[in-house]
Design a binder for this molecule. Structure first.
Ligand SMILES: [Zn+2]
Length: 68
């Protein structure tokens, strides 16, 4: 799976990027999976250090399951 940075155009494997979940504070409560469904992962580019949300098929899931 390739990820492309929208800022500098750097393209690489997913493992080359830093992955950050906003829900990191909730890890100790074992809510990681639940939080993951509610929020897409936040990716940090290793080259320009800009962060962006990962576009993925999960986002469609996310929108479908989301309650307004
Ligand atoms: Zn970048």
């Amino acid at each position: 799976m390739k990820i492309k940075c929208p800022y500098c155009g750097f393209e690489g494997e997913a493992r080359e990027f830093w992955l950050m979940y906003e829900s990191v504070l909730y890890v100790e409560n074992s809510n990681v999976e639940k939080e993951f469904r509610e929020r897409p992962p936040y990716i940090i580019c290793p080259k320009c250090r800009n962060g962006f949300f990962l576009e993925s098929p999960y986002i469609k899931f996310y929108r479908k399951e989301r309650r307004v």
